[in-house]
Design a protein around this ligand. Structure first.
Ligand SMILES: Cc1cc2nc3c(=O)[nH]c(=O)nc-3n(C[C@H](O)[C@H](O)[C@H](O)COP(=O)(O)OP(=O)(O)OC[C@H]3O[C@@H](n4cnc5c(N)ncnc54)[C@H](O)[C@@H]3O)c2cc1C
Length: 398
């Protein structure tokens, strides 16, 4: 196992950096680096720039528009995007539903959906969780009853990220209530503009509209929107969850945020000196930096196993737990550094409507909302407790 980049990898990194320098719009970069809110059009604009370059779906097979990059090159791409401060390419289309369509969809579905996903012509969201069915996902109750050429869908999804912008939702629905719970589930693609769908916002701790409840009231879905076989949806859902967790360590972003933390702490004074020089605070920063370096090594080990075709296994759970703990610790230290200056809540600045914030300095303004927002990371994508169960069973053999 070689954890160093080869000369070819370094040349590839330069190539990626040159592309980002030339093509990342400055206004988007400014929003990302300063923790401001991104609008729907910001995500779509960046996705389309990357798609035009042919790099929107690095992990896809080349025949569908993938890049043919090695796992190490894909890792470098993600690192460099994080370093530069690009908006994320949202996972719901490219990383979640597309691999399921490729593996289990029919030719017509592949022909119709994959190019649209690649180019961000449709905005997708994920309809898995329901009230009472999160960790115990297989207990979901949203019903789909076959009537002629349609399924009639009734029920509720919840925590649906960015569904307010969505054109399409991929849903787990119950098609047979009379068998073992895992065996009566199907995987349906539903047009969000269909009559009978209501999206209701859930406003989070940071007052952001990021998640929603989605209600289905006699929604007619053509049977050709079923993926694979009826009642085999649980198999497809598990396949998708494996894809969901691999990118979740977000080491590149953690490295960028560490630099931000150091800048904030350097600008704060304690006893007449920069806070970063305070021995107690600097020990906390150094400990976190060591954790980030260790996580980076672990990610590179997983990537190098992927290169040797072993594929990421339950290690993805480990990356999820450690990665999200680090992300949360970073936001905690940022708030500790900036203290009460983070208190004024300034949505107009966060939305980019005003150039400077009402807070003492612009760095401080987004930090309290950012801290609150990041409480989510140990819950979504399968909670960290559930990941620890997987680690104890699959890695530790307990
Ligand atoms: C910001 C955010 C965005 C999300 N986006 C989406 C989305 O787009 N689409 C979607 O479908 N879902 C989404 N989710 C839902 C997410 O997947 C669930 O919240 C998550 O799976 C946990 O389910 P739950 O909320 O029902 O909690 P529960 O399953 O009720 O769990 C409650 C607590 O009990 C613990 N727990 C449960 N079972 C066990 C166990 N067996 N062992 C140990 N501890 C256990 C959990 O870790 C948790 O701490 C999102 C969630 C959040 C917070």
């Amino acid at each position: 196992m070689d954890l160093n980049y080869t000369l070819e990898d370094l040349a590839f990194r330069d190539h990626v950096r040159a592309f980002l320098d030339a093509n990342l719009p400055k206004d988007l970069q400014e929003k990302v680096l300063n923790h401001k809110r991104l609008a729907r059009e910001d995500y779509v604009r960046w996705h389309k720039i990357v798609a035009k370059q042919g790099w929107a779906a690095p992990a896809w097979p080349k025949e569908y528009g993938g890049t043919g990059w090695t796992p190490v090159q894909r890792h470098i791409w993600e690192e460099e995007c994080a370093r530069a401060g690009t908006p994320p390419i949202l996972p719901f289309g490219i990383n979640m539903v597309a691999p399921v369509i490729m593996a289990f969809g029919n030719e017509e579905q592949k022909r119709h959906y994959l190019p649209r996903i690649l180019n961000c012509d449709d905005w997708w969201c994920q309809g898995y969780s329901e009230p009472g069915s999160g960790s115990d996902l297989a207990s979901l109750k949203t019903r789909a009853e076959r009537q002629g050429d349609y399924y009639i869908v009734n029920g509720q999804k919840t925590w649906t990220t960015l569904a307010q912008h969505a054109d399409m939702i991929f849903c787990l629905v119950r098609t047979d209530p009379n068998v073992r719970k895992q065996e009566g589930i199907s995987f349906l693609l539903i047009d969000m503009h269909t009559p009978g769908i209501t999206v209701r916002p859930i406003i989070m701790l940071d007052e952001e509209h990021e998640v929603n409840e989605v209600f289905f009231d006699n929604v007619k879905v053509p049977v050709q929107n079923l993926i694979g076989e009826e009642n085999k949806g649980w198999t497809y859902a598990k396949y998708l969850l494996g894809h969901e967790r691999t990118g979740i360590a977000a080491v590149g972003r953690a490295k960028r945020e560490l630099l931000f933390l150091k800048r904030v702490a350097n600008n704060q004074r304690k006893n007449g000196k920069p806070l970063l020089d305070d021995p107690v605070f600097s020990v906390k920063v150094a400990s976190l930096e060591i954790e980030i370096m260790a996580l980076e090594m672990t990610v590179l080990r997983v990537v190098s196993q992927e290169s040797s075709k072993r594929g990421p296994g339950p290690e993805a759970s480990l990356l999820k737990v450690k990665g999200t703990e680090i992300q949360q610790a970073l936001t905690e230290l940022m708030v500790e550094a900036i203290g009460p200056y983070a208190l004024p809540f300034d949505p107009a600045y966060l939305e980019g409507e005003r150039e400077h914030s009402v807070a003492e300095n612009d760095d401080a303004a987004p930090l309290a909302p950012y801290y609150f927002n990041f409480r989510k990371t140990s819950i979504y994508g399968g909670s960290n407790e559930i990941q620890k169960n997987i680690i104890s069973q699959m890695i530790l053999g307990l």
